[in-house]
Ligand binder design. Sequence first.
Ligand code: NAD
Length: 328
Amino acid sequence: MKIICFSVLPVEKPYIEDWARKNQVEVKILSEDLTSETVDQVKGYDGVSSEGIAPVGEDVYATLEKNGIHQLAIRQVGYDNQDLAAAKKHGIVLTNVAAYSPRAIAEMGVTHALYLLRNVGLYQQRMAAGDFTFDEQTISTEIFNCTVGLIGAGHIGGASAQIYSALGARVLTYDPFYDASLEPFTTYVDLDTILTEADIISLHTPLLPSTKHIIDAAALHKMKSNALLINMARGELVDTAALITALKNKEIAGAGLDTLADEGEFFGEQQDLSTLPQDYQELQALPNVLITPHVAFFTKLAVKNSMEIALNDAKNLINGGSSRNIIH
Ligand code: NAD
């Protein structure tokens, strides 16, 4: 069996090579995206894998079909730029990796929360200036005395509930979908209870019309003045302008953000700091804000799982089998 993998990052390569060795499958590794210009390289292969961001047009699926290929294994959650109807028309079964390591993202959320809760940034700033003091501005709360409010408790929110619960926090969850398996770790409540009672609010919903700006000025007004907002999901869940105002007016105590609404313009690349958008500059300048560049997922286990799940799906489908990761 021969599989060709497009859009492979250097960090992903060893995991693919390892899978290929263990499964005795010949895998060709390419850094280029799967596009109209590169798709001809699939000639002679039995299956294809790629990431899901680069736009794929109908001609790509047509070329896969022409070369006897019937699947495309996407190595991540998102497949926004795939044309599902065109793929179906050409008999290409798409798979994705819906959950490669929910704990990776959940742990990063908890890391942001603890960093802010214990004023680590503030101490670092002071110490860099030779100030080794502590006072009423830096006294903090312990996590087991906190109420954590999760908005969205699927794979990642569910893992977050388990971690916060293990740390002794009181965990409240707002999610229209009730998951009985989370009962030992959390109590389901309505959104208003989360907003008014939580010391830490952590967002874990997809971006949907119903979740866009779920944290807006009105929601921020309801939050406690000591509350921390943690967003590991999508930037557009939060009204960034309203968040900046709430932080500046001390309506809430801090924010930990792994995603920003306009991140596509600058995350993942080296930037000239002076050219960054105004909202980023304002957030970055606030001492009670921690920003990471959409890397909550980026752990060794998550990368390994993404590669292995996608390639196992490719192998199963090539062999005439099925996969629970088929995108319908
Ligand atoms: P999931 O589908 O398993 O869970 C999402 C949950 O949100 C579901 O339980 C759903 O019922 C709930 N939900 C939907 N609408 C809601 C609403 N209006 N209010 C409250 N809850 C609502 O998804 P997941 O795997 O847990 O991922 C969650 C999000 O995390 C993804 O959509 C993605 O945006 C983000 N994510 C971020 C990273 C990162 O590196 N920062 C990595 C992967 C995923």
